[in-house]
Design a protein around this ligand. Sequence first.
Ligand code: MLT
Length: 269
Amino acid sequence: MKKASLRGIQMAYDVEGSGPAVVLLHGFPFNRSMWSEQVAALSDAYRVITPDLRGFGQTSAAPEQQEQPATMREMAEDVAALLDELDIERFALGGLSMGGYVALAFYRSFPLRVRALILADTRPQSDTDEARENRERQARQATSEGMEGIAEAMLPKMLSPATIKERKEVVERLRAMMTGTDPHAAAAALRGMAERPDHTYLLARILAPTLIMVGSEDQVTPLTDAQVMQREIRGSRLEVIEGAGHVSNMERPSEFNHVLRDFLDALQP
Ligand code: MLT
């Protein structure tokens, strides 16, 4: 693990391999370790960079962040600063779920830095009023009771029934990531997600080659969201990961890695 001091935080990240840079952004409330299978599958030919977003994993939250939203834009700016620090101008950028919200925010601010975009189990729309209220409830629950209750409520919605039944180690890895997340950072990210702008308008402006992936049983950001992105992003490719729920990269890593590798290998240098 490495750390970079930037924008008032200590950002933890891993870098593995050499070759064209690929940056992968984790979902909520996870951390960079969710990408371990992808790092293993890509690092023979790519320089794979996996940061912990602000407040998650081993990255600190800004001291004044406690009750403030951690916005997707701030997280995108952290990623830009990290890549500046590593002296990498252009790279393939991927994100799952909240990581996808951050990837879209990144594209909006720094389109020329994005060589290719990978949007996994995510959506371009902002939250509905009901979703916002729910996030505020969860943020309060996190800070008053900790992450256990949130983890128990989220796990069955996040994973496919097959994963829950047959892949106990995946369930346990996710549970550990969720309960290990700092409740204040989780609350800040929940409030940041609640105020994220709608990025549907941006889709038609995306010029980077784009891969969209979604678990066939994703209930959080379902196939219909992925189809909106495919329709709007010119030339984009949509791949459905059969049998996976919302955390498709961990639930079906070999299928996910195969699609991702195939997409990256086909990019023009
Ligand atoms: C995630 O997996 O990052 C979250 O489920 C995203 C969300 O709550 O919208």
